[in-house]
Ligand binder design. Structure first.
Ligand code: SF4
Ligand code: SF4
Ligand code: SF4
Length: 483
């Protein structure tokens, strides 16, 4: 269903299909009933809090053998796969609705499990506890999450082999999230610090789920603004979002407070096509895309490749090769922060030159086109994660019976043998996933070009270098995977 309109140069623009929207609240009223429950988030968080508790404990006192300890197996095989391959592309930031890390901070600020507290705190109509300071303006972006993510990636080999380290990092995140909630308003940690936040936020732009205002005109005339400010029915948005203007998934943690606090019943939970949102707001988001492509390349090389030297470099606690480790750190950071964006800049500059419309600057083209790294990067991460689950998933079965690696046999599955699933097909699955990512990158790249240059011909010309760049990236992944 492609619509056509005239553009200013009398050339017909091929408008991007708007895509369907199915309001799940209307279609399945039970979902809305659940979202409206005061204990909605509590019920989601409780099971994950229990699992995190087990992860922290088993990291501290369980076996140091990674594949025998539930902390490593559940966190870095099961959770990671579910997050990147299922939750984010299908359900956006749903993980953030069930994540236990900010829960103690929320609890402190609200001093309540279920009851919504009315009162006045800054612009909010809820009584909040803590210092309620404003987060520094300079840090109101995702540069800090970008750097924190890169730091986690740098130490990933230690994280995924040493249960104690994983447990320590998770505990530290929980503590920092709580301390920041005592000092700053709402979820400062989630919005501006959490290393996973930028990752989930950016890729949730592709998600097939969105929470939006049903009718923006109703919002314009609404004097209550309960979604943002809260009221007796719900807390003000912990992510500082105002539903009347919300058009991106990046910063909506799907906590469903606005569903409760909107007096006009004006919130819809929409099912929509994959990769619907195609705008990036700042260079922090563009660089998140570069970091994700850079680190996923590095991970594929390290964890799925056969280079013994690299494996030595990334885990100096085992190899004692600190020179190798520092070399790896320099290469990883330079590659992700400078080389990938630098090459991308060259390609988008060429795109800008070929389009030759003079409508936008080179930097605008660079920023807008960097969106294509999102579908490409997401599918690359999924392709990377598929063998993690298919090859090592059998460890999940055995650690469930023996979570600490102490020889227990709770459910009789402790001795389940390591058993890779369909290893002969993994390469094909990875190639298929990468081709899907590449297809989306090129397809969306065309419409981004039209938005930039206001002409399908210019968009087509401008797309060529961008498509070449995406293809080279996808081919590099494919070569890594099929060796
Ligand atoms: S942003 Fe990070 S800490 Fe916050 S809910 Fe999401 S994953 Fe958890
Ligand atoms: S409270 Fe409801 S109607 Fe009012 S601005 Fe928010 S979403 Fe719109
Ligand atoms: S807009 Fe805010 S209140 Fe509504 S679900 Fe998203 S994060 Fe929660």
């Amino acid at each position: 269903m492609t619509k056509k309109t005239d553009n200013e140069e009398h050339e017909e623009l091929v408008l991007e299909p708007e895509g369907f929207r199915i309001n799940l609240f209307k279609k399945f009223p039970l979902i809305k009933k659940f979202a409206k429950l005061k204990g909605f988030q509590f019920f989601l968080i409780l099971p994950s809090l229990f699992i995190f508790y087990i992860i922290i404990i088993s990291g501290l006192i369980g076996t140091p053998l990674g594949n025998r300890n539930i902390a490593i197996v559940v966190l870095w095989i099961l959770w990671w796969f579910l997050l990147i391959a299922i939750l984010v592309p299908l359900l956006g930031r749903t993980w953030c609705a069930m994540c236990p890390l900010p829960w103690f901070g929320d609890l402190f600020q609200r001093m309540s499990f279920f009851k919504v507290r009315t009162g006045k705190t800054n612009y909010l109509r809820n009584k909040m506890f803590g210092l309620n300071l404003t987060w520094p303006k300079r840090l109101k972006n995702i540069w800090l999450p970008n750097i924190n993510f890169l730091i986690l990636c740098t130490f990933s080999a230690i994280l995924v082999t040493r249960p104690f380290v994983s447990s320590f990092v998770v505990s530290m995140m929980l503590i920092v999230a709580t301390v920041l909630a005592v000092i700053f308003r709402q979820r400062a940690f989630c919005s501006h610090v959490c290393p996973v936040s930028g990752f989930i936020g950016l890729y949730s732009k592709t998600a097939m789920l969105e929470l939006r205002s049903n009718d923006k005109d109703v919002c314009k005339n609404c004097t209550d603004k309960g979604c943002l400010r809260g009221n007796e029915n719900g807390w003000g948005c912990p992510w500082f979002e105002y539903m009347g203007k919300l058009d991106r998934n990046n910063n909506c943690g799907l906590c469903m407070e606005c569903v409760k606090s909107c007096p006009n019943d004006n919130i819809a939970l929409n099912f929509r096509p994959f990769a619907t949102e195609t705008t990036l707001k700042g260079y922090d988001e563009a660089w998140k895309g570069f970091i994700d492509v850079g680190t996923s390349h590095a991970y594929s090389l390290i964890y799925l490749g056969s280079s013994g030297i690299l494996k030595d470099w990334v885990n100096p606690t085992q190899s004692n090769n600190w020179t190798g480790f520092f070399t790896y750190v320099i290469i990883l950071w330079l590659f992700s922060l400078v080389v990938v964006p630098g090459i991308f800049f060259l390609f988008t500059s060429l795109s800008h030159k070929l389009a030759n419309t003079g409508r936008v600057s080179r930097m605008e083209a660079f920023k807008a086109y960097s969106y294509i790294l999102i579908p490409l990067g997401l599918l690359a991460w999924i392709a990377f994660s598929v063998p993690l689950l298919l090859v090592n998933g059998s460890y999940i079965v055995s650690v469930i019976s023996d979570p600490l690696g102490w020889g227990w046999n709770l459910f009789g599955t402790r001795d389940f043998q390591w058993h890779p699933v369909i290893p002969e097909y993994i390469g094909f699955i990875q190639i298929a996933l990468l081709l899907i990512g590449l297809g989306y990158a090129i397809y969306k790249g065309f419409f981004i070009g039209q938005r930039l240059y206001n002409s399908p011909t210019a968009a087509f010309r401008g797309l060529i270098p961008v498509a070449v760049f995406s293809t080279v990236i996808a081919l590099a992944f494919i070569m890594l995977y099929i060796g």
